[in-house]
Design a protein around this ligand. Structure first.
Ligand code: PLP
Length: 389
């Protein structure tokens, strides 16, 4: 009766276990002020032009009917997305943009258009959604251990897969692929016919000149890649919900355009992102919206800089923190990631995320996020420095 593959999923225990340990600690030490650098949610409010757009759109809907919208998203938003890519020198057609309620839904739902017995390759450690959505569909997955590659695994002579997931800037490791590295993946995919599912949810954090923010910066990617983007971290939409997926019309498998299959899927199972939210998302991409959201991204980026500098001072190895809101560190003294979690909680009152929760190769590592408030991040830094290695 039931989909038995659900029973094969690991319990979603990571954040539950963190909460359990934090709560037990806080009950035993009610006087200790904890700093939470574990969450991946934003702490800055929506920027003013988004709030104005929401208000105006709500007003408009009170004056005229805005019913079901186009399945693919309103043209005004798809065109704004294409213009956003163009402003970064990347060509994307508005007709290849599919608006949704966020990257997580699309990353899971995209599997509907693929065969169940495909070979799926997933870097490890990883954003757990890629693994669980494949397991729910009963699709076996292979892992690509990333720890020995600076958390930027590349295809090798024997790499075989039909679908590969890449996430850059990466959650949880903060590592970012360079253009030559992404080019290697695109060349590999074109040679073997694989499709790259490229998660660019954190593209707005890339600030270094020459570092790619989109797989479509690589020539030929339009024939082998799908890109998933989100307004969640770029513009604080985690509670508003909007994202978009780019499926180039040149991307075909078995003689079928994948974008057409996706539209068929969406028009059957999804009735679209609300008009109000799409207006708000378009406001993010306006000139004023980009300026205002840049301020929030810079705010988090500054936190990331403080955390990176702290680890450098302590001589603790890490990745991320530069073009990413995540800082991924090697637990000092050979501690396991849960040992380091308890150590930091008890000795410094700082809460992070144990790397083991992101896959086998995450063991011995630990994730801190830059999404906290400045004051808390500075206080966490002070406590870490006081604690030493
Ligand atoms: N992709 C990655 C790598 C993420 O870390 C997240 C959220 O944390 C998402 C996608 C989901 O984004 P959204 O809020 O648009 O569903």
């Amino acid at each position: 009766m039931i989909n038995r593959h659900y029973l094969e999923l690991k319990d979603d225990y990571l954040f539950a276990e963190i909460d359990r340990r934090v709560q037990a600690f806080q009950e035993a030490h009610p006087e200790r002020k904890l700093i939470r650098l574990g969450i991946g949610d934003v702490t800055r409010p929506l920027c003013p032009c988004v709030v104005d757009a929401l208000r105006d759109a709500a007003q408009e809907m009170g004056e005229q009917v805005r019913g079901y919208g186009p399945y693919q998203g309103y043209a005004f938003l798809r065109e704004a997305v294409a213009a956003y890519y163009a402003s970064r020198g990347t060509h994307v057609e508005a007709g290849d943009v599919f608006v949704s309620d966020g990257a997580k839904s699309d990353l899971g739902n995209i599997l509907d258009i693929f065969d169940t017995d495909l070979r799926v390759l997933i870097p490890d450690p990883v954003y757990p959604v890629y693994v669980d959505t494949n397991r729910m569909a009963g699709r076996p997955v292979s892992f690509l251990p990333a720890a020995d590659t600076g958390f930027l695994p590349l295809p090798e002579a024997g790499t075989r897969a039909d679908i590969v997931y890449l996430c850059s800037p990466n959650n949880p490791t903060g590592a970012v692929y360079s253009l030559p590295q992404l080019t290697q993946w695109v060349e590999w995919a074109r040679a073997c016919g694989a499709v790259i599912l490229f998660d660019a949810a954190y593209e707005a954090f890339v600030c270094e000149e020459g570092m790619p923010r989109s797989i479509f910066e690589v020539p030929g990617a339009e024939e082998c890649a799908i890109e998933f983007c989100s307004f969640s971290k770029t513009a604080g939409f985690t509670g508003l919900r909007c994202g978009y997926t780019v499926i180039p019309s040149a991307l075909e498998r078995d003689g079928q355009k994948l974008g057409r299959l996706w539209l068929r899927r969406q028009s059957t199972k999804y009735n679209g992102t609300s008009y109000v939210v799409q207006r708000a998302a378009a406001a993010v991409l306006s000139e004023e919206g980009r300026r205002q959201t840049r301020e929030a991204v810079d705010y988090y980026r500054e936190n990331a800089r403080v955390l990176s500098e702290t680890l450098e001072t302590l001589g603790i190895a890490y990745t991320g923190g530069k073009n990413s809101p995540y800082v991924w560190l090697r637990c000092p003294g050979g501690m396991t990631s849960w040992e380091y979690f308890d150590f930091l909680l008890e000795r410094a009152g700082v809460v992070g995320t144990p790397g083991a929760g992101f896959g086998q190769s995450g063991e011995g590592c630990f994730r801190l996020t830059a999404f906290g408030r400045h004051e808390d991040t500075h206080e966490a830094s002070r406590r870490l420095l006081e604690l030493g290695r």
